[in-house]
Design a protein around this ligand. Structure first.
Ligand code: ZN
Length: 74
């Protein structure tokens, strides 16, 4: 089995900071996991665990609806 350097111990941000849920009103935290086009980063790049990746996606979608984040940036 090959191990790539990016695979070494990437800890989930929300697990390490002891946050169980992702707050959709916390725009600054959400923005850390968005790319410059404001798209949600894939799991590989965000380094989140699957539970938090799913919760983040939901939080970002909620934040877009209440207009604290844009849908797309041209
Ligand atoms: Zn996690």
């Amino acid at each position: 089995m090959k191990y790539r350097s990016e695979n070494i111990k990437k800890q989930c941000y929300f697990c390490t900071s002891n946050m169980r849920g992702v707050d959709y009103k916390d725009v600054l935290t959400l923005k850390r996991f968005l790319d410059p086009q404001f798209k949600i980063m894939p799991k590989k790049r965000s380094g989140l665990c699957s539970l938090h990746q799913r919760k983040l996606a939901k939080a970002v979608k909620r934040a877009r609806i209440i207009v604290s984040l844009p849908f797309i940036v041209r």
